[in-house]
Design a protein around this ligand. Structure first.
Ligand code: ADP
Ligand code: 5GP
Length: 199
């Protein structure tokens, strides 16, 4: 059986600390048809983060140059730093028929949904605000004031959940992962993206 596939763009979004990164890493590990779109950011690398793998770490000036060149599919200031999805990353992979995964904040997700209405959009929710606070503390990447700011943003972001095609509550990680994988598996088989040729 011959078959052709068109690449799909999967947008994973939700409040900080809900487990987007955790779920995306697992997806990328298990599904070779998925590639991560590496964003540009002005924030400093954290320990263990690799240039060109986790992000392209750029200066404020380099970020301004990218903006001036219209290099971003979307861009946003998130928790005080600038982040942008590079059109070059997304388009190059989509043209090769690769499925592209974006882990971006809700402002950016809204913009991608506007510009690429054929994308698959998934909103990841925490089981409770209490648990979200625990996760942000446990992750140990942000100071207490920053955590409160992220929790404050989470309420407004969750109110906009209806903009997305799918919602997944990340309480039990295995269950959330199973649900997310099922969404992606089904979306790959849409006849707008999947073209089996019966010979
Ligand atoms: P995000 O990328 O959405 O900001 P992370 O993937 O960094 O969130 O997850 C935030 C923290 O919560 C991490 O320490 C991660 O290990 C933890 N975490 C993720 N999913 C779960 C889960 N289902 N149950 C408990 N802890 C989780
Ligand atoms: P972190 O700095 O913890 O890696 O990411 C902070 C937030 O920025 C996360 O919510 C993440 O999804 C978001 N983010 C990462 N890359 C991009 C991007 O290119 N665009 C937008 N809008 N958000 C991004």
């Amino acid at each position: 059986m011959r078959e052709e596939r068109k690449g799909m763009l999967v947008v994973i979004s939700g409040p900080s600390g809900t487990g987007k990164g955790t779920l995306c890493s697992r997806l990328l590990n298990d599904d070779p048809s998925l590639s991560f779109s590496v964003s540009a950011t002005t924030r400093a690398p954290r320990e263990g983060e690799i240039e060109g793998v986790h992000y392209f770490f750029v200066s404020e000036q380099e970020y301004d140059d990218l903006l001036a060149k219209d290099a971003f599919l979307e861009h946003a200031t998130v928790h005080g730093h600038r982040y942008g999805t590079l059109k070059s990353q997304v388009d190059r992979m989509m043209e090769m028929g690769v499925n592209v995964l974006l882990d971006i904040d809700p402002q950016g997700a809204k913009e991608v949904m506007r510009q690429r209405p054929d994308c698959v959009s998934v909103f990841i929710l925490p089981p409770s605000y209490k648990e979200l606070r625990v996760r942000l503390h446990t992750r140990n990447t942000d100071d207490p004031r920053e955590i409160e700011r992220r929790l404050g943003n989470a309420r407004g972001e969750i109110e906009q959940m209806q903009l997305y095609q799918y919602a997944v509550v990340n309480d039990d990680l295995d269950l959330a992962y199973h649900q997310l994988s099922a969404i992606i598996t089904a979306e790959k088989q849409r006849t707008t993206r999947y073209f089996p040729v019966v010979e």
